[in-house]
Design a protein around this ligand. Structure first.
Ligand code: ATP
Ligand code: MG
Length: 561
């Protein structure tokens, strides 16, 4: 595994502390086994990355193992597509699991046997209340529940009914197997939780073998035990389930006794990290699939141009605690900027071009300039850009009436073209609508690597040759939501806050000629414009760049105003 590149020392966190204590007491024979247990009902998102980094990172730190287990007890919502994407995303993040990919469904037979064990011990019963009645009987946070009239069925009767459940003799909702714990328990999860339901559903792994499926609570801890997991790390909303997790482990003949620990889930502003809502965005066409570069999914971020190291570093930066909070999107953006600033070669690309004609250079003449591929890293070498009569500059780098302190081009003014000559704008050509369509400029041959004499250029702007460059499409992405917490207000739907300008497609862009053969997923800094990544749909006939992130955090400025 390529983890050495990600060299920030792994910060200690409270989970690591717990493990160090366990190890010092000689628990678990000195073994540390964790697992990442996604439910294959959607693509992984940045929140999962936090869990992946924690689980795999913890195993790495303690020379332990981390396993990948699909928590697949909900067949109707799951699919092979999700399984494949999750496997790919975990690997792309730079982690490799111990052994084969595992599935909770591999353990259905064992889980069934353990359910029978509970029945035999008088600790589980088949309930024939309807789902609605079950809810009524369950009580509330302030009132105890009531025992089901079926709670005292004999072991024999329960065994027979449970077998009938397995054989498909019941329809969905007709009955369920429940653990017999305590209907008056203050913790609602302990009020005889359902451990098996009837579901006549085809399963992506086990096919039509089963028509009863274990609940999450019944399956999870027992799967941990089967796999020899020592530390079962999950998010805080499962804290209230821990007594139940422990109850099953205590009451079943499991081979080992894993322990559950909870940490705060990652919430990131300007986006959402709920698979259900992300799926809605995909299904309703607000984005172009799960890997749309605006999505906080791993595959979306990858397509956007994030590197695995930047995501891992971000997860290190935010740390692992037990207090819920929201992390600023600016932190994630800073993580990718840091990486790309150091590692992305520079290039020039004019995204919204305006034509510049160099009147004192003949058609067909071409002079090559050499620019460093990286200002601080000589090992990246040089790149060559041609200076010709027909050039392009960014439309916004020209102002007919220049504002105060204008650092770009204006009529009668001079600017330096990055890495090349100083030019002066002598004439502005407009179309019938009065729009500027061309600038007639002259270049100063004495300014190659030298300051001009007698006048001062306004600033330095980027440019490309119109004669010898490569056409490309540039997709400018912005945040998916205009509200920091699109999910926060219970009375307003998150759809209301979708940013209508989250994608702008620029079809007339041109990049320096060296990018002609740029391959998918290669990343560049387009000078003055931001960091960009070649889209996987790109081809030599149709180059497409996705903007990963701007050079600076423009959102922070807007909010400060
Ligand atoms: P969602 O609410 O988006 O459906 P989930 O928790 O149901 O997420 P799982 O596939 O069950 O998704 O998650 C796999 C693992 O990732 C779990 O251990 C879960 O706790 C963890 N996880 C999910 N979302 C986050 C998050 N936002 N931050 C940290 N860990 C997360
Ligand atoms: Mg879950």
């Amino acid at each position: 595994m390529d983890m050495t590149r990600n060299d920030s020392p792994k910060p200690n966190n409270f989970i690591h502390q717990i493990i160090e204590d366990d190890l010092s007491k000689g628990l678990n024979d000195g073994q540390v086994v964790t697992r990442f247990p996604p439910e294959p009902n959607g693509y992984l998102h940045i929140g999962h990355a936090k869990s992946i980094c924690l689980n795999f990172g913890t195993a790495l730190r303690f020379n332990g193992r981390c396993q990948l287990r699909f928590d697949d007890t909900n067949p109707e919502k799951e699919s092979q597509e999700y399984i494949d994407s999750i496997i790919e995303d975990v690997r792309w993040l730079g982690f490799e699991w111990s052994g084969e990919v595992r599935y909770t469904s591999d353990y259905f037979e064992q889980l069934y046997a353990w359910a029978i064990h509970l029945i035999n011990e008088g600790k589980a019963y088949v309930d024939s209340l309807s789902a609605h009645e079950m809810r009524e009987f369950r009580g509330t946070l302030t009132e105890p529940g009531k025992n089901s009239p079926y709670r005292e069925r004999s072991i024999e009767e329960n065994l027979a009914l449970f077998e009938k459940m397995r054989n498909g003799d019941f329809s969905e909702g007709e009955c369920a197997l429940r653990a017999k714990i305590d209907m008056a328990a203050p913790n609602m999860n302990m009020r005889d939780p359902v451990i098996y339901r009837v579901r006549h559903a085809h399963h992506h792994q086990s096919g039509d073998k089963w028509c009863i499926y274990p609940s999450y609570d019944f399956a999870h801890g027992q799967s941990d035990a089967i796999e020899g997991v020592t530390h079962s790390i999950c998010t805080l909303e499962f804290e209230d389930h821990r007594p139940l997790y422990d109850w099953f482990i205590e009451n079943l003949p499991v081979p080992v006794k894993p322990r559950q620990y909870e940490f705060a889930r990652l919430n990131l502003n300007y986006t959402i990290t709920s698979k259900r809502k992300l799926k809605l965005l995909v299904d309703e066409g607000h984005v172009n699939g799960w890997n749309d570069p605006r999505m906080p999914t791993i595959s979306g971020m990858r397509r956007r141009g994030f590197t695995p190291a930047s995501i891992r570093n971000f997860c290190d930066m935010i740390g692992v605690t037990r207090s819920n909070g929201t992390v600023d999107m600016g932190m994630l953006e800073a993580a990718i900027r840091d990486d790309l600033d150091a590692n992305a070669p520079r290039a020039m690309c004019v995204i919204d071009p305006i034509k510049v004609t160099i009147s004192n250079l003949a058609e067909g003449e071409q002079e090559w300039f050499e620019l460093p591929a990286h200002p601080k890293d000589e090992s990246m070498g040089l790149r060559k850009v041609p200076f010709t009569r027909n050039l392009l500059i960014e439309r916004e780098d020209f102002a007919e009436e220049k504002p105060k302190k204008w650092k770009r081009l204006a009529p009668g003014d001079a600017v330096r073209l990055r890495g090349a000559y100083v030019i002066t704008c002598n004439e502005v050509i407009k179309n019938e609508q009065g729009e500027v369509v061309e600038l007639i400029c002259s270049y100063d041959a004495a300014t190659k690597g030298e300051n001009p004499t007698g006048y001062k250029p306004n600033g330095v702007i980027h440019w490309v040759s119109a004669d010898n460059s490569v056409a490309c499409e540039v997709r400018l992405y912005d945040r998916l939501f205009t509200e920091a917490n699109p999910d926060a207000d219970k009375n307003r739907d998150f759809h209301e806050f979708l940013n209508p300008e989250s994608l702008k497609v620029m079809v007339n862009a041109r990049a320096e000629i060296g990018l002609k053969h740029a391959v998918a997923e290669s990343r560049y800094q387009f000078e003055r414009n931001g960091y960009f990544c070649v889209d996987p749909d790109s081809s030599e006939q149709h180059l497409i760049f996705n903007r990963t992130v701007t050079l600076r955090d423009s959102w922070a400025k807007i909010q400060a105003k």
